[in-house]
Design a protein around this ligand. Structure first.
Ligand SMILES: [Zn+2]
Length: 393
């Protein structure tokens, strides 16, 4: 229906009318953005081929291009912008609330209602905009094909015998590669270069793995170290991938044995793999394909063996303890350091952070929540079956 403006309308009525139209447009825009985001998620959930095509043909060049630009900034841009946005957001909310309280005190009822309406509509537009961008840069990627299906990995349930064989293989590889890494005065693994250099070297394994798995192909920006790594450690946050800036961030305070795998995990997200089991497995694949670097080799086998052993523990505790005894003394020292780090950073903040992550993953249709990290074992089994076919027993 068209509204005809009377030429007799006063200037105030015209202004009121314009404000009314603006409110209506804000509301309509918000609904539209929420609806588009929601429909994209539902359609790609039904048709993963669309999400896969999007990931490979649109997300990949965008992530590569913007990610490399963001990587030119020497510090974590996401972390700095997040702090700035929280500060500005809090200032904005306080300013608006004070203005609303003042209008109520001055008994300006019309202004009071108008300010509240305006405040809610502005928040709605911002939330809808963020949601739509989030869907395009991250949410949609949960619905692409799993890495196991594109790589043709047989991830059908493993027998206990298979699981034990996988654990044994990973433990032996971890023991062997551990012999070539450097140690600190406590006999715990230390990186032979700084964390920045490690982030630069993390692409090598992916480049090599890409010759076999083409979806991993691409040039991407380096991961960054979180500025407040020590503080984040108390939330047990070891890595954060920012989908808005295509920027992987790692907690450089984490234990050296797991750091190379961690950086490869976060860069898997940058390569368009959102699911945590995929990212964990790709982190392992990138580590072990970094043939000449034992820091990466060891880290990949170290982390993978722990996930595989955790899965074994659920079905055969005796074999779990028997196999854990197979770790060399050097690996045991790293495990001790790992336990010390976890215990030192455990507490209510870590529990709360864990449950936020769990809810976030479930919101993204990852039914297993934080347990999905452990589903990496299924991919390891698929990889192990392939290796046995190629190299034999
Ligand atoms: Zn992750």
């Amino acid at each position: 229906m068209k509204i005809r403006l009377s030429s007799k309308l006063s200037k105030e009525s015209m202004v009121e009318y314009a404000k009314h139209i603006l409110d209506y447009e804000k509301f309509r825009l918000s609904l539209l953005m929420f609806l588009i985001g929601f429909v994209i998620i539902k359609i790609t959930l039904l048709f993963p081929a669309i999400a896969e095509g999007y990931a490979v043909n649109i997300f990949r060049p965008v992530s590569s291009g913007i990610g490399r630009l963001v990587a030119l900034v020497p510090f974590s841009l996401s972390e700095v912008l997040l702090i700035l946005l929280v500060f500005l957001g809090v200032c904005y909310v306080i300013k608006k609330i004070l203005r609303i309280i003042k209008s109520k005190k001055d008994r300006e009822n019309e202004l009071f209602i108008r300010l509240i309406k305006n405040f809610i509509l502005n928040i709605l537009v911002i939330c809808a905009g963020v949601y739509l961008v989030y869907v395009l840069t991250w949410g949609i990627l949960y619905n692409r094909y799993t890495f196991a299906s594109t790589a043709n990995l047989d991830v059908s349930p493993a027998t206990v015998t298979e699981l034990k064989a996988l654990c044994y293989d990973l433990i032996i590889e971890a023991n062997n590669s551990r012999e070539s890494v450097e140690e600190d005065k406590n006999g715990v693994m230390k990186l032979e270069y700084d964390v920045k250099r490690m982030t630069e070297l993390s692409h090598i394994g992916y480049d090599k793995a890409a010759s076999r798995y083409s979806t991993l192909w691409g040039t991407y920006g380096n991961a960054k170290q979180l500025i407040f790594s020590k503080a984040y450690a108390y939330t047990q946050t070891i890595g954060i991938y920012s989908p808005f800036l295509f920027e992987p961030n790692i907690n450089s305070d984490y234990i050296p044995a797991a750091l190379p795998h961690l950086v490869c995990h976060e860069t898997a997200h940058q390569r368009g793999y959102a699911r945590e089991d995929d990212a964990n497995f790709l982190g392992f694949l990138a580590c072990i394909n970094n043939y000449d670097d034992y820091n990466f080799q060891y880290s990949g086998y170290y982390v993978a063996s722990l996930y595989a052993l955790n899965s074994l523990y659920k079905v055969d505790q005796k074999s779990y303890f028997d196999l854990t005894d197979q770790f060399s003394d050097a690996v045991m020292r790293d495990l001790g350091n790992n336990r010390k780090y976890d215990n030192a950073h455990d507490g209510p903040i870590a529990t709360a952070s864990n449950s936020i992550n769990d809810s976030f993953l479930k919101f993204n249709n990852q039914k297993e929540g934080v347990q999905s990290y452990g589903a990496m074992t299924d991919l390891l089994i698929g990889w192990f079956r392939n290796e046995l076919k190629i190299h034999g027993n």
